[in-house]
Design a protein around this ligand. Structure first.
Ligand SMILES: [Zn+2]
Length: 49
């Protein structure tokens, strides 16, 4: 439901990722690269600021 082109595990450079399990956050620094994982699950892209 987002206008951003970041569906699935794909993320754009600068997007923020968050782990729903432990709450850790990470910033995407390499768009199109391997998806980041935490707690055995891919991090979810967030659009909060
Ligand atoms: Zn985690």
């Amino acid at each position: 439901m987002s206008a951003q082109n970041t569906e699935g595990t794909e993320a754009s450079n600068g997007n923020r990722l968050r782990c729903n399990n432990c709450g850790s956050e990470a910033i995407v620094t390499k768009a199109g690269g391997s998806s980041l994982n935490c707690c055995g699950a891919p991090l979810e892209v967030t659009f909060g600021r």
